[in-house]
Design a protein around this ligand. Structure first.
Ligand code: DGL
Length: 262
C-alpha cells in the first residue's frame, strides 16, 4: 500500500490526485487532525509527529510513504529519509521541478504555512533546480483554518487571500507554487487574485505525476504496490464536525473516515 500522511484533510488533495493517476494502487491515508495544524508548530514537534505518523502507516502495511504535508516535508523529510530505508516521496521537489520548468522569467512565488516558508526549503530547492531564479515567499497562516472550516467561497476568505497575494503581485512573478496541500481547495479564489496568466503549480498534482513516473520506471516497486483488490483506507486521529463534508468535497464522494490513535 502507498502510505500518505498530512496534518489533516489537505493531504486528501494529494490522495485524490494519486488515486486518479495511479489506479489499482491502494492507499492508506492518515490525517493527524488531533494535532493539526502543523504549520504553526516548532520543527522539533512536527518531526516528532511525522515520525509517529510514518510508524503508524508502516504498521498498517505501507511500503512507500508520501509526505502529503508541506509543513512536515519541509521540516521532517531529512530525518525520515535518514531513519527509514523505504522510499519517501515529499510534496516539495515535484512542485519545484514543475515550477522551474514552466517559468519563463524565473520569477517564482511560493505560498505556504509559516513552518514551510520559515524552513527556506522551497527557495533552496528552486535555486538547485533553476540557479539564479528569483523566489518570493509569503506565509499565509490564516488559510489552513479557513479551509478546515469549509470557508472555501466566503467573502472573508477572498479578502484574506487578496491581502496575502498583494506583495507577490508587486514582484511580477510568472509562476506561483501552492506550497500547502490545503490550497488547491482555494485555487479558484487564488487564480484571479494573482492574475489568470500566472502558472499555478498545485503540489498535489505534481506529486501524483512524480509517483506515476516512479511506478512506471521501477518494476519492483510497482509489483510490490499494485493490488487492485485491496481497498484504500482513510484514518484520522480526530473527527471534528466539518471534516466529513470536506473529505467528500475533495473526493467527490462520501469517504469513510476511521478514527485511530497515533
Ligand atoms: N496541509 C499542510 C501543508 O501542506 C498544512 C496544514 C497544517 O498547517 O497543519 O503544509
Amino acid at each position: 500500500m502507498i502510505g500518505i500522511f498530512d496534518s489533516g484533510v489537505g493531504g486528501m488533495t494529494v490522495a485524490r490526485a494519486i488515486e486518479t493517476l495511479c489506479p489499482g494502487f491502494p492507499l492508506i491515508y492518515l490525517g493527524d487532525l488531533a494535532r493539526s495544524p502543523y504549520g504553526s508548530k516548532s520543527p522539533a514537534m512536527i518531526t516528532e509527529y511525522s515520525h509517529r505518523n510514518t510508524e503508524f502507516l508502516l504498521r498498517q502495511g505501507a511500503k512507500l510513504i508520501v509526505i502529503a504535508c508541506n509543513s512536515a516535508a519541509s521540516t521532517a523529510s531529512t530525518f525520515l529519509r535518514s531513519h527509514y530505508a523505504h522510499t519517501i516521496v515529499d510534496v516539495i521537489s515535484p512542485a519545484v521541478n514543475q515550477a522551474a520548468k514552466v517559468s519563463t522569467t524565473g520569477r517564482i512565488g511560493v505560498i505556504g504555512t509559516r513552518a514551510t516558508i520559515n524552513s527556506g526549503l522551497y527557495e533552496q530547492r528552486l535555486q538547485d533546480a533553476r540557479p539564479g531564479c528569483k523566489v518570493y515567499s509569503q506565509a499565509c497562516p490564516l488559510l489552513v483554518p479557513l479551509v478546515e472550516e469549509g470557508w472555501l467561497k466566503r467573502r472573508e476568505t477572498k479578502m484574506i487571500v487578496k491581502h496575502y497575494l498583494r506583495p507577490l503581485r508587486d514582484k511580477q512573478i510568472d509562476t506561483l507554487i501552492l506550497g500547502c496541500t490545503h490550497y488547491p481547495l482555494l485555487k479558484n479564489i487564488i487564480s484571479p487574485r494573482i492574475g489568470r496568466k500566472i502558472h499555478i503549480i498545485d503540489s498535489s498534482v505534481a506529486v501524483a505525476l512524480h509517483l506515476q513516473s516512479l511506478l512506471e520506471k521501477d518494476d519492483k516497486l510497482r509489483t510490490e504496490l499494485y493490488d487492485p483488490q485491496t481497498p484504500s483506507r482513510f484514518f484520522v486521529s480526530d473527527i471534528p464536525s466539518p471534516v466529513n463534508a470536506l473529505a467528500a468535497a475533495i473526493f467527490g464522494r462520501t469517504v469513510l473516515l476511521e478514527k485511530t490513535d497515533v
